[in-house]
Design a protein around this ligand. Structure first.
Ligand code: FPP
Length: 254
């Protein structure tokens, strides 16, 4: 048994709780291993997401960002794309009321242009209904790509320059980050990827600069609070220096 998270101190920079981001990979392989269609893997993935969101807060997490659908996922077979969109709609339809009552602020990050009107309406509704909540932040990356987000921020800045509202030479990291779809959110402390792969797959490319990475060899539909607890325990063994040095390193150097 691992110790309860409340007894463990987080190292410093996240007084309100950790920001954990998850690449929920392995739905298709989970289904294949059971002789099931991929769609059932995605459905089981939604159940895993629900379990994980429910367990996250008592593990000291106050913000969870999940990779729901990438800008590249449109390349999947049409039926699979439809199923993923259907599951997203169904998730908000069935869970938004409860999330709202439980004080969860919901935010969708990613590119909005080109999305179907009913999806845009669903996003606006979810964000508006939960806008005054702050107990927990659930961020769903939908039609999200790290490169696309960087390009969109660059375009937005260029447009501001063109309108005379910004000066090109004043661009700094903060001005750039304020134009990302993730603007206003602290960067992730921990990025988890399930599904036996060791890559970021275009997730949070700007935001991941100092995130700790934990890869867990489990298919996403089998995930839940116990696996999240294990990932956080691994995170707690890491020493975060943000490019600097820890005090004991300074002592060693003088
Ligand atoms: C990767 O599995 C997962 C996805 C493409 C998206 C994750 C989606 C869900 C958990 C369900 C819907 C999401 C929300 C936010 C309601 P994969 O299909 O790439 O798995 P594979 O690598 O085994 O084929």
């Amino acid at each position: 048994m691992s110790p309860p998270m409340e007894t463990l101190d987080y190292p410093g920079e996240a007084p309100d709780g950790l920001h954990v981001a998850i690449i929920m990979d392995g739905n298709g392989r989970w289904a294949k291993a059971r002789g099931l269609p991929r769609s059932l893997g995605h459905r089981a993935g939604v159940a895993a997401l629900r379990r994980t969101v429910e367990g996250a807060r008592e593990l000291g997490v106050n913000r969870l960002t999940v990779f729901g659908f990438s800008t590249e996922n449109w390349r999947r077979p049409r039926e699979e794309v439809s199923e993923l969109l259907r599951l997203l709609r169904a998730y908000f339809h069935s869970d938004l009321g409860r999330l709202e009552r439980e004080g969860v602020r919901v935010r969708i990050v990613g590119r909005r242009t080109g999305l179907e009107p009913d999806i845009l309406e669903m996003i606006r509704d979810a964000e508006a209904r939960t806008a005054s909540n702050s107990r927990f932040h659930l961020q769903v990356a939908f039609n999200y790509g790290g490169r696309a987000d960087i390009v969109d921020a660059a375009r937005a800045f260029a447009a501001a320059v063109e309108r005379g509202e910004a000066n090109a030479y004043d661009l700094d990291e903060a001005a750039f980050a304020s134009r990302l779809s993730t603007a206003g959110s602290p960067p992730p402390d921990l990025i988890i990827r399930t599904g036996f792969e060791r890559r970021l797959s275009n997730f949070l490319l700007w935001d991941c600069a100092y995130a700790e990475l934990v890869f867990q060899d489990i298919y996403w539909p089998d995930y839940g609070p116990e696996q999240l607890r294990a990932a956080i325990a691994e995170y707690l063994t890491r020493e975060r220096r943000f490019g600097g040095v820890q005090p004991h390193d300074i002592r060693a150097a003088v």
